[in-house]
Design a binder for this molecule. Sequence first.
Ligand code: HAS
Ligand code: CU
Length: 555
Amino acid sequence: MSGHVVASPEGFQLPDSQLRVIRWMIYLAFFALAIGILNGLGQALNYSRVDILQYFPGMRNYYQGLTVHGVVNAIVFTFAFANGFLSLTTSRALARPLRSSLLWASFGCMVVGFLLAAYAMGSGQASVLYTFYPPLQAHWTFYLGLALLVVSTWVIAAALGLGLRAWRKEHPGERIPLMAFISVATYAMWVLASLGIVVEVVGLLLPWSLGLIEHSDPLLSRTLFWYSGHPVVYFWLLPAYVSWYLMVPRHAGGNLFSDSLTRVVFLMFLALSIPTGFHHQYTDPGIGTGMKALHAVLTFGVFFPSLLTAFSVVYALEIGGRRRGGTGLISWFFKLDWRNPALVAQVLAMLTFTLGGITGLINASYNLNQIVHNTAWMPGHFHMTVGSAVTLSFMGIAYWLIPYLTRKELVGGGMALISSWLYTAGVLIMARGLISGGLDGMPRRTLVMEAPYEKPSWELAGMLTGLGGTLMFIGGVLFFTVLAATVLSGKKAKEPQDLPFTKTIQGPAETGWELRLDRFRYWIIATVILIVVAYGPFLVEYLPGNFTSPPYRFY
Ligand code: HAS
Ligand code: CU
């Protein structure tokens, strides 16, 4: 394949010690997903009035189940996967191992954090949902566990930063390899983004749960939460984008269009992900309309890098389809290798994400948000984003990553294909149910079957939700079967493999303005300025806050 490299040298092999810790992180991620998917089945069936949660060991009620589902899927699974996967892409691209001690430290933080949060949730002392809004109060181990999970990502950020610095010393004046650049940009964004949730959890909620602070300030906590809570969705998404940009074109036999455009996209995510959190708080009293409008405008700004992504990835697929003999406007699409599970899972993830993105645009529209906010529409939106664009992509990545990390061949490729299709059909049917129900006023986060105000017209929506969720669950079971069979009984691969990454048609520029793209320092300063503009006025007006609410534990 001709083109420009995104990581060099060709065929470089990372040492086993590096692969071992990364393998454990990926195992941890999928272990969490397994729990989350099982729990998700219970959630979906609740909408169709089938209560199976009562049979789950340790699950006392709907809110406990929903908390476990959100925390293990949206926080443990995604963080562990990002930590492992982007450590791998960065160290491979720089052709140097990252510090093993840091990677193990991160893994340790994740395990301890997960156990602490699991204890709190499992013992019924943290049924506060994954947004843990005060005045709902959880046991202190829940907050400490979450804090440790965030610390695990900071440790990885340090490992990536140190790796990059050492590489730069050895390669003065060279462009950062694209695969390392976009991985590091993701972590740079997240380190800035996670500050809000850390201040909230460590500064406010942990002391409050320990009785050191008597009262909480719901609005201040929500604001700090969503300062991190919107950008976290891109921390979930960008590892999938790393794969869509750099690996999917390779599976499809195509090439990535442009090195510079890819860098620009990730820098846009760095700058624009954070100053948008108020789009989750359009209905919150106490925040000025002008500030909400500013966040709305910036939200439309952060839409653009995803539009650019759609262009780049579809073009890469098209090149692949045409190389395989495809012609015409659309028919190249059917010439793709529909027997490669790593490709199929991720193309289906992209197709679903188109709908996920469109529903996001509706959420972001200030006035339309009033109709869909806090309804079942919302889980409809986010299962087509994090629940499939991200999760199905990570599953697709697993189809080559697990063989790569274990040096074994994939077992059950056919089953992997069925899994991807079932999961996609499931998520689309479920989202159809949730979205139509939401438009009809069906609330989110409610045990609908016990709601006294239940409407007969929600019945179809609820049935579709339950049916779709069941199909997703079966897809998930097949996925885990493939994974377990590969790890336990896969044949030893004949020779060591390299990561499957593409080449770019337009390579990195050697002169001109594009060199400045690599100076992270300037982009981070620009990001901080935008954050100050977006959050400064509210904080100046609101601080020191109103700490007046006593704690509540309902469930
Ligand atoms: Fe969102 C709420 C707005 C993206 C996740 N979002 C949520 C919640 C979650 C979530 C979990 O403005 C609920 C939080 C809670 O519990 O309360 N979201 C957006 C916008 C985007 C967006 C504007 N969301 C995501 C992503 C998520 C995610 C990504 C997870 C990974 N979202 C909102 C808003 C709310 C919200 C409000 C709050 C609502 C409320 O009232 O509570 C955008 O970033 C989306 C951009 C995406 C696109 C799609 C590009 C398509 C691509 C694929 C192309 C490939 C193809 C291949 C088509 C523009 C890249 C096909 C092949 C061919 C042959 C064509
Ligand atoms: Cu958001």
